[in-house]
Design a protein around this ligand. Sequence first.
Ligand SMILES: Nc1ncnc2c1ncn2[C@@H]1O[C@H](COP(=O)(O)OP(=O)(O)OP(=O)(O)O)[C@@H](O)[C@H]1O
Length: 292
Amino acid sequence: MNTIMEIKNISKQFRGKQILENATFSICANQIIALVGKNGSGKSTLLKIIAELVDADSGSIVKHRQTLKIGYVPEVTPSHILFTPEEYLYHMGSIRGMTKKQLQQRINDLLELFHLQDARNIRIDHFSKGMKQKVMIMQAMLEDTDLLILDEPLSGLDPKAQSDLEETLSILKDRGLSIVLTCHETKLLQHLVDTVLVIQNNKVIQSDSTHKRNTSKNKLIFEISSEELVDNLLPILEIQQQSLLNNGCFEVITFIKAQDTDPVLLELLHKKASIKQLIPINEKEEQFYTHF
Ligand SMILES: Nc1ncnc2c1ncn2[C@@H]1O[C@H](COP(=O)(O)OP(=O)(O)OP(=O)(O)O)[C@@H](O)[C@H]1O
């Protein structure tokens, strides 16, 4: 794996209270790292240290690229931005010294990448929380970015906005970005994240890959005319979300063990369900996800 940054023995105290102790790990190209831990365990502090917004007391951060561009998105999203995304991003880019020409091209690319072209002339204060979150990530990416640091990017988003944002993050990863994020809604991130780091008792613990459970699952999204039709399947479906659609059918988002998938698909097809998506998931490090 191509390491872009090494975090070496980072320690931090606030007012004599130890927050981080010898945090050590590497960030690789195209890697998505989730940092999890209890409230107040030091996740945001570690992100700010990586983003060079807060100094560590000791330790070092070694960049493996001469110019490593970092984009940072804080947890709190400003709520009353009276600009359109285009105006806002233009201002933010100008402050950073980008030219109008550079910005025009970049903003167009970002609006397309984040599926916000249709909202380019709408003021941000009229946006949903998910759309605002996207604009915040876009502003962090105005310059070519190698590493995106996102503090609780999914916090407060409804399931649809969460899965929309996850899809965008996955596209960013495919384009070569590395991402370090903190999260509470860890279940939803299982198929996105490559590595989970846990902050426990001030220490960053990296899960040992030799102990990873490898329980393959599939995420299945289907549409069915009545909820009762899946009653007999409930013991083997791990239902995440059920919603009534405008056409009177139900959309069900569920996880299912790989070995149960074929018979369930067959049964659903007999019941005239329409299968919308089937995505394989490698449920790594589940032991950590379930703790938070
Ligand atoms: N600037 C600061 N001055 C003093 N104490 C601070 C400062 N920033 C953070 N802390 C303290 O450091 C600890 C870790 O805070 P941090 O925000 O990093 O935790 P967190 O894991 O991100 O929490 P949460 O999940 O609630 O966002 C907390 O006890 C917090 O009160």
